[in-house]
Design a protein around this ligand. Sequence first.
Ligand code: SF4
Ligand code: SF4
Length: 323
Amino acid sequence: MSRPTTSSSSVEDEQLRPTAAAAKAREPMNVLIVGVGGQGVIMVSKALASLAQSKGYQVKQSEVHGMAKRGGTVFSHVRFGPQVWSPTIPKGEADILVALEWAEGLRWLPFLKPDTGIFICDTKRIVPPFACLNRRPGAPMRYSRETPSEVKAHVAEGYAIDATRMAEELGNERAANVVLIGALSTALDFPAADWEKALSAFVPKKTIAVNIDAFRLGRSWIEEARIAPPDMQTPPAGAPAPAHLPYSVRLEITPQWCKSCDICVKLCPERCLRLNDERIVELAQPEKCTGCRLCELLCPDFAIRVHLDAVANVAAVAHGARA
Ligand code: SF4
Ligand code: SF4
């Protein structure tokens, strides 16, 4: 007597149980966006969530920006698909990690899917004040030393973009986040025109044109980078130093915004600022400035910006000025 087979129950099981492919099709797309306060992480997240929602996907978005106004970490999880149960992306489950700041990108790498995850990161470094423990000017700061090529070797697909410089060249440094949206758009299946419509709803009206340019620049940059990786070693003169290059500190003071409150003068750890005769702040002892950025973070009127210029470019600019 032959043994009963289980074929009929297997067929039923097959009908009841989703195939691996069908289950995968129902899995949400997980995009993690990270950076520091003021960089526009939430705008990137909202533009993506709104676009996905307009396409009929269920979308869940969560964000944390507790110390955002003081240069703290900001991150946002965006998940979309036919069905999304939880708003947070588990570790190792992000399909795409978009980082608006280099060290923040590295900090969140464990969230990326190890075999297929895409890493898109601005090489801009925003060094937190506590990284300046050694107060000698020019002393190394406690900041990530990994180079883009070292990081790329550890992710399935990685792009280190000098997005801040690209946005500066377009005339609006604040559009760096939109350069990254352009890069992100190449990894998702939404048409470029829909991206542009979505992001136009989230930027100030008078900056729509520059933001559309930034979006297209990021998109074309990454398409070209897939064919021929760009030379990151020689940023143009005047560009901020990418994370892997030595840098020199430069303060940009906007006198008309300074309200003479004296906060930065009193709290600069190196005592290298002062108010001049017009009671506008100035850098009195540049040789003492460590670039700790405390003055930038504490100024209530955004009158100070601390730039980290690539040392090679500083030399090139100085040489050009002498010639
Ligand atoms: S001037 Fe600003 S960046 Fe320079 S040491 Fe003082 S607080 Fe830090
Ligand atoms: S904190 Fe800002 S407003 Fe106050 S003195 Fe310094 S630069 Fe001027």
